[in-house]
Design a protein around this ligand. Structure first.
Ligand code: SF4
Ligand code: SF4
Length: 243
């Protein structure tokens, strides 16, 4: 695989030097001019941090786009029109949503690519992205990918993103399956409108209509992460007529 000049593959336990803190001269420079797409779990964490409903979060912060070649709509964090296209959450003291910042912000300068192989098994690659504006590479600490991901609290993000991948890279999509407006509504509901999905799942007719056991429904309603995990599985069953 050919990478751009500033991108190198990271294999195994190979280490890289990196540090990011308020003392670096480029502090917050990377929080501007971004095309930051949000996974459903990024969306969940940010929305909870801001204590907003899904509808209000979308209205205030999200740009939804769907190119002709996209199977599903994509959610992007809208940048601020301040002449620098800043992230809406960056301030002089750094990230205002640091505890719940998106997975891509946590992983940077590492990029993670995960895909399902033809045999259905997951493959994962990691790359190091060196951008001119970033002086973090001059810091003395060094990390392997596993150490960096642990340091940045990425475990839940990667797990949840991999679950979404089993939907987005489903065999039927690779074979050309496309969806009706009603099915796209289900996609948005289960992945990005969890407060509305909760009401839908709580409805009296839900278990019989979708053949869901009551105990599974109650487990799904326990918290938002459980509801999202349930929603991913429910979408796979519903969109691909499985089970
Ligand atoms: S969410 Fe936080 S870390 Fe990510 S770009 Fe915005 S300010 Fe920077
Ligand atoms: S540009 Fe690099 S070192 Fe500077 S704040 Fe961003 S990640 Fe940290």
């Amino acid at each position: 695989m050919q990478f751009p000049e500033n991108v190198t593959r990271l294999c195994g336990s190979r280490k890289f030097s990196f540090g990011c803190h308020a003392g670096v001269k480029c502090f917050t420079e990377c929080c501007r001019e971004l095309e930051l797409s949000l996974t459903p779990y990024d969306f969940l964490r940010l929305r909870k941090n801001l204590a907003l409903s899904s509808a209000d979060f979308i209205k205030q912060y999200i740009v939804i786009e769907q190119e002709e070649s996209d199977v599903f709509p994509c959610f992007y964090l809208g940048m601020v029109d301040d002449g620098r296209a800043s992230c809406p959450f960056v301030g002089p003291a750094g990230c205002k949503v640091y505890e719940d910042r998106p997975g891509a912000c946590r992983a940077y300068p590492v990029g993670r690519g995960a895909m399902l192989g033809a045999d259905g098994r997951q493959q994962e690659i990691h790359v190091l992205v060196k951008e001119n504006h970033c002086f973090g590479f001059e810091e003395s600490q060094s990390f392997s990918v596993a150490e960096w991901f642990h340091n940045q609290g990425l475990a839940d993000y990667n797990t949840m993103n991999d679950e979404v991948m089993s939907l987005l890279q489903h065999d039927q999509i690779r074979q050309g399956a496309r969806f009706s407006p009603r099915q796209i509504e289900f996609f948005l509901l289960a992945l990005y409108k969890l407060d509305e999905f909760r009401e839908f799942v709580s409805g009296a007719e839900f278990p019989a209509r979708f053949k869901i056991a009551e105990q599974d429904r109650q487990a799904a309603l326990a918290d938002e992460k459980s509801l999202l995990e349930f929603g991913i599985g429910w979408l796979i069953k519903t969109l691909f007529d499985e089970g």
